[in-house]
Design a protein around this ligand. Sequence first.
Ligand code: MF3
Ligand code: CO
Ligand code: CO
Length: 254
Amino acid sequence: MIHIKTAEEITAMRQTCRLAAETLLMIASHVAHGITTQELNDICHDFIVSQGAIPSPLNYRGFPKSICTSVNQQVCHGIPGKRILKTGDIVNIDITTCLNGFHGDTSKTFHVGKPSPKGIKICQVAKACLDAGIRAVTPGARLGDIGNAIEQVALANHCSVVREYCGHGIGRDFHEEPAVLHYGRPHTGTPLQPGMIFTIEPMINLGKAEIRHLPDGWTVVTRDHSLSAQFEHTILVTENGFEVLTSLDDEYRN
Ligand code: MF3
Ligand code: CO
Ligand code: CO
């Protein structure tokens, strides 16, 4: 069942989503050659806790850290640790906060130091995919329209969409219905309704779409070792279209 949020729940979701976005903005200035992913984790953890919230990933289904950090060919769910970032790397930082019982979820892929040409390309395409998915949230649209919009942008840029992971409803639970696929056919799937809140978070590969899992039980990597990038926002469906709850500026005003 898809939970349609009440006005009170939407107010709470705006607050937790703002905190998640502020955490992502705060950590951006720490992403540099020589920092470890564990240090990024600890800075985010302390910031989130200082704001009276809890990092949702910590102990979620046994996940051992407070954020996900996915480097280069890592697709998602990378575990922070001793790895030292170096110039030319790309790193996705995925932040989920739980504030007053409500979750907000957002991620971005950053360049470390001087960007590489392939890193620039995959980050640009992945961001364009997210934006196309968001702009497909219009009155009368269905979930398949979001997936199709994303897939079209990826294919036009000779990139591929990871199929095993998807966006998700979010609220009192980290992962709720519906599943928001990042591929699909137009005019298919669940109709969008004002008051729905879900994430859109396409994982886009420079090479083939196939993935594998590392022995740590969490980290997802591209099977062909190609670079992968991801951007994620939490979206409220409104009467007129959408509100991007995890955006701090007017980039997505509609
Ligand atoms: N934040 C991720 C998402 O976008 C989920 C991470 S689950 C974890 O849905 F356990 F790896 F943290
Ligand atoms: Co998510
Ligand atoms: Co996330």
